[in-house]
Design a protein around this ligand. Structure first.
Ligand SMILES: Nc1ncnc2c1ncn2[C@@H]1O[C@H](COP(=O)(O)OP(=O)(O)OP(=O)(O)O)[C@@H](O)[C@H]1O
Length: 319
């Protein structure tokens, strides 16, 4: 099996149109710095407002550190793919199946999440969470095979952007692509606090001639569309299962309160052809659920007990 960091280049047919027909797009893997995402709530905000941010809520030793990667040294594979059927989309991305037949093998069924033109920051930031939570890939998250980028040249267009435009009613009030831990702050407030997002996120937040994609393990359809499993959601097991899945993320100080919901849960892929589910390194539990869509996740140094209790309320509201 190929490791999640084996691929350095994606060569994708059907992703980019250009004046030269039948040329496949070459996308290069983005190396995401470990310090890409800032702690939530912002440290500068806490210093400015010590009465609001009670120290007893936070872990005195700081946020959970990223566990050491269990992957080998990054590989240099160039993977040829063909864009397949459209699966679904949201505010940040448009998801397609990809055809890996005729490639080197050793990969499970995959999907490509194509960042919308104005959402490159969100999708690259989502990729950072997959790296931060590597030990939960195949446990409660899909396996992630990397985040890749192409700077578009004159005349190159991305048909998926125009074919699957976001309905205005879905756009909400968050059209500016700002990292989730910075939501709600004006540029002026951030200047006063003297805290700003990582330069790579700032650059991607305004980039419009850039294509960013995530290569993910293909999961089973959402339960509401998956008839044999629909009864699962009508049983009392559903809420504890969703809570238990989100609690796994809380062990590493990650919360997804801005996006907890049944829209953002899928099921483990059938194995084979998918890869097997792994038990949690924190609880030993084996989960059927997979949490998707980490673009609004946040990294916290809140105590596990605090996050875990808060999750009970957040998850209850999802039903
Ligand atoms: N790994 C996957 N395997 C199969 N289908 C997927 C996968 N990831 C996403 N999808 C499908 O694509 C749809 C859109 O994906 P996703 O929710 O990640 O997009 P988004 O733009 O981040 O959404 P949101 O509007 O909630 O932020 C999902 O609802 C799901 O149907």
């Amino acid at each position: 099996m190929q490791a999640q960091n084996a691929i350095a280049t994606l060569i994708v047919r059907g992703l980019v149109d250009s004046t030269t027909p039948h040329i496949a797009a070459h996308l290069e893997r983005i190396n995401l710095p470990e310090g890409l995402v800032d702690l939530y709530p912002l440290l500068a905000k806490r210093k400015a407002d010590p009465d609001v941010y009670q120290p007893r809520t936070f872990r005195p030793e700081g946020p959970p550190t990223r566990p050491p990667s269990s992957l080998p040294a990054p590989g240099s594979l160039a993977l040829n793919l063909e864009l397949g059927e459209y699966i679904g989309s949201g505010r940040s991305g448009i998801v397609f199946a990809v055809d890996t037949t005729g490639t080197h093998g050793g990969l499970p069924p995959l999907v490509l999440k194509i960042a919308r033109q104005e959402r490159c920051q969100s999708v690259a930031r989502e990729a950072w969470f997959y790296e931060e939570l590597e030990c939960l890939q195949g446990v409660v998250l899909p396996r992630c095979y990397g985040c890749f980028r192409l700077d578009l040249q004159d005349g190159q267009t991305v048909p998926a952007w125009s074919a699957h435009e976001l309905d205005d009613s879905d756009a909400g009030d968050d059209l500016v692509d700002v990292p989730a831990e910075y939501h709600g702050y004006s540029a002026n407030a951030l200047d006063i606090l003297d805290q700003h997002p990582h330069p790579l996120l700032t650059e991607l937040g305004t980039a419009r001639d850039c294509l960013v994609v995530l290569l993910l393990e293909r999961l089973a359809p959402a339960p509401t569309e998956w008839i044999p499993e629909r009864s699962f959601w009508l049983t009392e097991n559903a809420e504890p299962a969703l809570l238990a899945a989100h609690r796994e993320l809380a062990h590493l100080g990650v919360e997804t309160i801005l996006d907890i919901g049944l829209d953002n849960v899928m099921f483990a892929p059938p194995s084979p052809p998918g890869l097997p589910t792994m038990p949690s390194p924190f609880t030993g539990l084996t989960h059927r659920l997979r949490i998707i869509d980490l673009d609004l996740a946040r990294k916290c140094d809140l105590k596990f007990s605090f996050l875990s209790r808060a999750l009970e309320g957040w998850v209850r509201r999802a039903f």
